[in-house]
Write a protein that binds this ligand. Structure first.
Ligand code: F6R
Length: 246
């Protein structure tokens, strides 16, 4: 069952989710526990990351006890590539916080051993105690992370082939479709579903159809976001545009 929360705009959604993350970090750090966050890239979480940075600067929210695992990374792109998700996260979040570098995990797009690297990524999430809270966006193909259709609910962190719709959507960041990688490493659907809480953000009319499908369609490999219906604590945070087909 997916809960939906309609927000007046993306800033309000970002503030609500940032408050939730801040509350989680504060409660857990009081009892000496780390907070394990699953993070997304793309344009959707940008206002959320801006709000977390604001809370750090203005309200003293510390990320010293936070451990992060990003959902995905493009194949073949390393930290020095401007479109790598490693670079994106540094620029839009990590370099502005007090999170220890050793606590940050992002799949390595340059790995020569994808299977071994992905198995180690799964093990690192388990060793950290599992994901307390996962942030998600949603792609127009119904992908969460880069789990393109078809993706079963049993998939784990692995190499995937990117859908052409996704490559075209993301070409705005690269400036040229030919520069967009064809593959990526992504957490699996099962990996995501094991997070104790999931907060998905979607803004704008372009997301309305896929948001409605994710919530209303019978769960299937053909629309991986439908698997979120099986999660006991998943909320979609929407603005009016993204909610208009509900
Ligand atoms: C990003 C990710 C993707 C995006 C999705 C939406 O780490 O895993 O699933 O969340 O492609 O992208 P935007 O936010 O750019 O519309």
């Amino acid at each position: 069952m997916i809960a939906t929360r309609l927000h007046p705009d993306k800033q309000s959604a970002a503030q609500a989710v940032a408050r939730e993350i801040a509350g989680l970090i504060e409660i857990r750090s009081k009892s000496g526990k780390a907070t394990v966050l699953g993070l997304a890239t793309g344009s959707t979480p940008l206002p959320l990351y801006a709000e977390l940075i604001r809370l750090h600067r203005e309200s003293g929210l510390s990320f010293r006890s936070v451990i992060t695992f990003n959902l995905d990374e493009y194949e073949g792109l390393g930290a020095d590539h401007p479109q790598s998700y490693r670079r994106f996260m540094e620029e839009h979040l990590f370099r502005h916080l007090d999170i220890p570098a050793a606590n940050i995990h992002i799949p390595d797009g340059l790995t020569k051993d994808a299977a071994g690297h992905c198995a180690a990524y799964e093990a690192a999430i388990r060793d950290a105690g599992g994901l307390d809270l996962q942030i998600l966006g949603i792609g127009r193909t119904g992908h969460i992370g880069f789990n393109e259709p078809p993706s079963s609910c049993e998939t784990r962190t692995r190499w995937v082939h990117l859908d052409e719709v996704t490559r075209r959507d993301n070409s705005v960041f690269f400036g040229d479709l030919n520069q967009v990688p064809h593959g990526a490493l992504t957490m699996g659907v099962a990996t995501i579903l094991e997070a104790r809480r999931i907060e998905l953000l979607a803004f704008g009319e372009a997301k309305a159809d896929i948001v409605a499908r994710a919530i209303k369609e019978t769960p299937s490999d053909g629309c991986p976001a439908t698997w979120l219906q099986r999660h006991p604590a998943c909320t979609f945070h929407l603005d009016a545009g993204a909610a208009q087909a509900l």
